[in-house]
Design a protein around this ligand. Structure first.
Ligand code: ADP
Length: 149
C-alpha cells in the first residue's frame, strides 16, 4: 500500500495542483492532500472552504483524502502512515529548495520525496498568481478546477 502526502497551502487549489494529484494516482494507492495551516501567511480563501472545495473536486475518487495539518510536513506524513511526500516542480528556481527539503525530510523522518515536474501548460499557474488576479476581480476560471470556479 503506497501512500503519499501532497502538502501545500493550496490558497487556492489550482489546475496545476490537480494535474499533480492525477499523475500521482498512477504512482500511489492513496494520496492525502495536506493543507498546511500557516499562521504567518494571510490567507485569501479560508482554510475550511479550501478543504471543502478540494473534497468536492475529488468526490468520486476514494483514493484521495483531504486533511488540514498544523505540524511539520514530515511529522504529518509519518502520523498518517505515508512513506512518501509528493511535490511539484514548476521551474528551476523551485528545484534547489525542493531538493533541500527532500533531503531534510529524509534525515528527519525517513520519508522519501517524489518530485513531479509540472506540465509546461500549467507551469505559470501558481496560487500567488491566482490570488493576485482574484484581488483585482479578474476571472480565475481558467486557473482553478471546475468546482472552485
Ligand atoms: P507551497 O507553499 O507548499 O509550495 P503550494 O500550495 O503553492 O504550497 O504548492 C503545493 C505543491 O504544489 C508544491 O509541491 C508546489 O510545487 C506544487 N505546485 C504549485 N503550483 C503548481 C503548478 N502550477 N503545477 C504543478 N504543481 C504546482
Amino acid at each position: 500500500m503506497k501512500k503519499a502526502v501532497f502538502p501545500g497551502s493550496f490558497d487556492p487549489f489550482t489546475v496545476g495542483h490537480y494535474d499533480i494529484v492525477k499523475r500521482g494516482l498512477k504512482l500511489f494507492d492513496e494520496i492525502i492532500i495536506g493543507i498546511g495551516r500557516n499562521s504567518q501567511k494571510k490567507e485569501t480563501f479560508p482554510i475550511r472552504e479550501r478543504l471543502t472545495a478540494i473534497e468536492k473536486i475529488f468526490g468520486d475518487e476514494p483514493r484521495v483524502k483531504v486533511m488540514i495539518y498544523d505540524c511539520l510536513t514530515v511529522d504529518f506524513a509519518k502520523q498518517e502512515g505515508a512513506d512518501f511526500i509528493l511535490r511539484g516542480i514548476r521551474c528551476v528556481e523551485d528545484f534547489e529548495y525542493e531538493r533541500n527539503m527532500a533531503e531534510a525530510n529524509k534525515q528527519l523522518g525517513g520519508v522519501e520525496t517524489i518530485l513531479l515536474y509540472t506540465r509546461p501548460e500549467y507551469a505559470h499557474i501558481s496560487s500567488t498568481l491566482v490570488r493576485d488576479l482574484y484581488s483585482y476581480n479578474k476571472n480565475i476560471s481558467a486557473f482553478v478546477p471546475n468546482d472552485l470556479r
